[in-house]
Structures are given as C-alpha cells and as structure tokens.
Design a protein around this ligand. Structure first.
Ligand SMILES: NC(=O)C1=CN([C@@H]2O[C@H](COP(=O)(O)OP(=O)(O)OC[C@H]3O[C@@H](n4cnc5c(N)ncnc54)[C@H](OP(=O)(O)O)[C@@H]3O)[C@@H](O)[C@H]2O)C=CC1
Ligand SMILES: O=C(O)[C@@H]1CCC=N1
Length: 269
C-alpha cells in the first residue's frame, strides 16, 4: 500500500486484524521517515519512507499481486508513473483517490494493467467500512471480485459503475465526517444548556454510538426507529419540527452536490 495516512492507515489496520487472511508482511510506504517509523518492530508490516529512500514505492510493489494507491489525489498520477515499470505482470492497481479516473491512472501505467477504483471510508479501521468499487477498462470481473473480497475483509463493499464513484464518495466516503460534525454540534449545544465537557460528550457520543448500534443490530428501518422515539404530542416531536423546518433534504442535496463537484475538479487538476 502506497500511502498509509487516515484512509490507507484505516484499511491497513483492518487488514492487520486477527483472522484476516491476506499474505503478510504487507509492504507500505509513507513520505516521511517519522510516519514509517510507526511500524518499527511490527512483524506483519514492512514500511519504507519515500523521502529517505527514493526507491521506496518501487521496492514496495515488487512481488505484489495487488497494489493500493492511498496518497492524496493530486499525487496519484506521479506515484503511478513512478512505479509503472516496477509492477509485476498481472498486478491489480487499486486507487482510493477521490476524483481521479481509472482512465487517467491507466494512462500513467503500462498498457493493459488492471486498474480498479475503490471508495472506502475510515470505519474500515474497525472492520465496519463501506466501500464502492468500480473497474477500469482493463479490469476483469475476477479482478473486481478480488478487490471486493479484499475490502469485505474490512467491512461491506458494493460494485458500482465508475460514473457512480463520486456519488459513493459524497455519501459514504465522506459520510463519517458529516456524522462527526453532528456529534460536535450536539456536544456544543449540550454545553450551552449547562453541561460540562465530560457530561456533554457522554450524552452526545453515547447517544450517537448507541443509536448507530441499535440501527445496525435491530435491522429496523431508520424512520421506524425515529418514530419509536417520537411520541405523538411529546417532546421529540417538537425538536423534529424545528429540524425539519431547516429542510434537511435540500441541505443534504446541496452538500452532496458540492462534494461531487469537488471530485470532478480533482479529476481535472
Ligand atoms: N480520509 C478519508 O476518509 C478518505 C480518503 N480517501 C482518499 O484516500 C487518499 C489518502 O487520503 P488520506 O489518507 O486522507 O491522506 P493522508 O494525508 O492522511 O495520507 C497520505 C499518505 O500518503 C503518504 N505519502 C505522501 N506522499 C507520498 C509518496 N510520494 N509516496 C508514498 N507515500 C506518500 C503520507 O505519508 P506521510 O505521513 O509521511 O506524510 C501519508 O501516509 C486520498 O486520495 C483520498 O481521496 C478516500 C476515502 C476516504
Ligand atoms: O475529503 C476527501 O477528499 C476524501 C475523499 C472521501 C473522504 N475523504
């Protein structure tokens, strides 16, 4: 895996979990020696830093049947060009970068290399990721199945058309940030009601994690779970009226559209 920051690191942690069957050690690269040093002493990871070892990325892909590119979108093509002639025959190159298309990655690699885009999210860290997967022109069904199976080791995965990957990014790739923002705002509002920081965090975080777990475990429709809390003529109903007044549907449409627009800009940068 080339790049093990927030996203690559989350995937890597999921892949290192006990019981996950993939070939070890996993070769990873970072930019800085400091980031690579975080893996010092790990038996299942070999980490190289590109700033101290200019061959790091090329060394990491030697012998690899699958390479995950998890650097920032604006670096993906440079890294792809850098590793192009060090890739093994039959390798699958997976990019998790927002925006950057399979076609542009294919153009940076030798002809015929299978490129697959994956749009994961950070709960992959705890085996609860959600990933959308789309193959490029040289990726076979078997290649896509291989990538899907890999991401299923760290959560759930669906195969989509590449034209839908930016939408996946807008919904689930970035989705954890929307929920964390909600928790931040709920904590701030609880503090304005007079709770101290610890109390506000316990109330807001406990509610969100408990409600998320209830949603996951009950298998109930979220609207039904909401109705279960919302007694007719009760207190929740009053808060829901205020929230619905803010037109969340339109707000989400605008937020997701802005997200997709940024993916399209990244593709062009
Ligand atoms: N964060 C998220 O929730 C999601 C991110 N993505 C995508 O994942 C990709 C990575 O994003 P994110 O993890 O947030 O970014 P980070 O900045 O957290 O991580 C980037 C990683 O790339 C490393 N790096 C930088 N330059 C090089 C290089 N030349 N060679 C090898 N490694 C290098 C960095 O090393 P160092 O630590 O030394 O700087 C770091 O490990 C992006 O393309 C993004 O679009 C997709 C879905 C969700
Ligand atoms: O913010 C970003 O660009 C990345 C892509 C999806 C989530 N994080």
């Amino acid at each position: 895996m080339l790049g093990v920051g927030s996203m690559g690191g989350a995937i890597l942690s999921g892949l290192r979990a006990p019981g996950v069957q993939i070939p070890k050690p996993i070769s990873v690269t970072t930019k800085s020696a400091r980031s690579a040093a975080e893996f010092d002493g790990a038996a299942d990871v070999v980490a190289l830093a590109s700033e101290t070892d200019p061959e790091a990325n090329r060394t990491a892909v030697k012998g690899a049947g699958l390479v995950i590119l998890a650097v920032k979108p604006w670096m993906i093509l440079d890294v792809a060009r850098e590793i192009a002639d060090a890739l093994e025959p039959g390798v699958i190159v997976v990019s998790v970068a927002a925006g950057v298309t399979c076609a542009s990655i294919e153009a940076a690699l030798p002809a015929g290399v299978a490129v697959v885009r994956a749009m994961p999210n950070t709960p992959s860290l705890i085996g609860r990721g959600v990933t959308g997967i789309a193959g490029g022109s040289a990726a076979s069904e078997a290649d896509i199945d291989t990538v899907k199976a890999l991401f299923e080791t760290v959560g759930s995965a669906i195969v989509v058309r590449e034209s839908q990957i930016n939408d996946v990014a807008a919904v689930s790739g970035s989705g954890p940030a929307y929920l964390f923002l909600y928790v931040e705002e709920m904590i701030a509002a609880a503090k304005r009601l007079g709770f101290d920081e610890d109390q506000a965090r316990l109330l807001a975080e406990g509610t969100v994690t408990g409600a998320a777990e209830l949603l996951a475990r009950s298998g109930e429709d979220p609207a039904q779970l909401r109705r279960n809390v919302t007694s007719p003529k009760g207190t929740t109903e009053q808060a829901i009226f205020v929230l619905q007044d803010a037109n969340w549907g339109e707000l989400f449409d605008r937020a997701l559209a802005a997200n997709v627009r940024r993916s399209e800009e990244l593709a062009a940068e």
